[in-house]
Design a protein around this ligand. Structure first.
Ligand code: KIV
Ligand code: NA
Length: 265
C-alpha cells in the first residue's frame, strides 16, 4: 500500500476526485477503516464527547489526544492520519502551538494536525508549518468556541460572518494549510470557498461541493441515538443490535445457556 499524503489530497482536488475522512480513536476501528479504503482518518477531539462522555470538546487534554493518536497510528497502514490539537494547546501564541504540535507528532505519531480558527491562528499555523508539520484548518461551527457561539446552529448565515469566513479561508491558505474543514455552514458558501481555494475543503454539514467529506464514526454508525442533525447519514444503526446482543448475553448467562459444552474446556 502506498501511503496517502497531503499531496495525494491536493492531486485529488485538481482531478475533481472526492475523498473521504472519518474520525477514529482506537486501533481496532482505525484498522477496519484503513482496510476499507478510507483516505483520511481524523483523530478528532470529539473523542472528548464520544469516548470520554464530556459535554463539549474543551476538557480533552494533549496527553489524552496523544494516547488516541498512538492507538490509531498502530491500526492504519495507508490512510493519512490527522490529529486535532485540543483546546488550550495552540491559541495563546506560536511558540506554545509549536511545542504542542511537536508532542502530537513525536509522541502521538500523527502525520498532520488540525486546529480551529481563522486569522487569529494564522501566526501559529505558519510557525507549525515552518517546522515541517502539515496543518489542516477548521472553520464554521468550530466546537472549541461553543461558549462564544452559545448554540450548535448553522454558522455564517449572515453576510458579515460569511465574509469573515471567506477571508479566514484565504488567510489560512496563505499561512500554509493543506486543507480546511468547513463545518455546518450553508452549502452555497462552502461552494464559493471551495472554488476560491487551491487547497481542498472537507465538509461536514457543508453540502456537496466540498472536495472531501467527514463524519464522526459514532454518528454514521448509529452508536448514539440522541444526536440526529440532518448532516449525519446513518449508514448503520448499531445502537439497536448492540443493545440486543448485550441483552441476549445477559439472558444466556442467567438461563445457564452460556457457556455451553463446546465453549468450555
Ligand atoms: O473532532 C472532530 O470530530 C472534528 C470533525 C467533526 C471535523 O473536528
Ligand atoms: Na475536532
Amino acid at each position: 500500500f502506498k501511503r496517502i499524503t497531503t499531496n495525494s489530497l491536493q492531486l485529488m482536488k485538481a482531478n475533481g476526485e472526492k475523498f473521504s475522512m472519518l474520525t477514529a480513536y482506537d486501533y481496532s476501528f482505525a484498522k477496519i477503516f484503513d482496510q476499507a479504503g478510507l483516505e483520511v482518518i481524523l483523530v478528532g477531539d470529539s473523542a472528548g464527547n464520544v469516548m470520554a462522555g464530556h459535554e463539549t470538546t474543551l476538557p480533552i487534554t494533549l496527553e489524552q489526544m496523544i494516547y488516541h493518536t498512538q492507538s490509531v497510528v498502530r491500526g492504519a497502514k495507508r490512510a493519512l492520519i490527522v490529529a486535532d490539537l485540543p483546546f488550550g494547546t495552540y491559541q495563546s501564541n506560536g511558540e506554545v502551538a509549536l511545542a504542542s504540535s511537536i508532542r502530537m507528532m513525536k509522541e502521538g505519531g500523527a502525520h498532520a494536525l488540525k486546529l480551529e480558527g481563522g486569522l487569529e491562528v494564522c501566526n501559529s499555523v505558519k510557525r507549525i508549518v515552518e517546522a515541517g508539520i502539515p496543518v489542516m484548518g477548521h472553520l464554521g461551527l468550530t466546537p472549541q468556541s461553543i461558549y462564544k457561539f452559545g448554540t450548535y446552529n448553522v454558522r455564517a448565515k449572515e453576510e458579515a460572518e460569511a465574509e469573515k469566513l471567506k477571508s479566514d479561508a484565504l488567510a489560512l491558505q496563505e499561512a500554509g494549510v493543506f486543507a480546511i474543514v468547513l463545518e455546518k455552514i450553508p452549502s452555497k458558501l462552502a461552494k464559493e470557498v471551495t472554488e476560491s481555494l487551491q487547497v481542498p475543503t472537507i465538509g461536514i454539514g457543508a453540502g456537496n461541493s466540498c472536495d472531501g467529506q467527514v463524519l464522526v464514526m459514532h454518528d454514521m454508525l448509529g452508536l448514539y441515538n440522541e444526536f440526529n442533525p440532518r448532516f449525519v447519514r446513518k449508514y448503520m444503526n448499531l445502537f439497536e443490535p448492540v443493545t440486543q446482543a448485550i441483552q441476549q448475553y445477559i439472558n444466556d448467562i442467567k438461563s445457564g445457556d452460556f457457556p455451553n459444552k463446546e465453549e468450555s474446556y
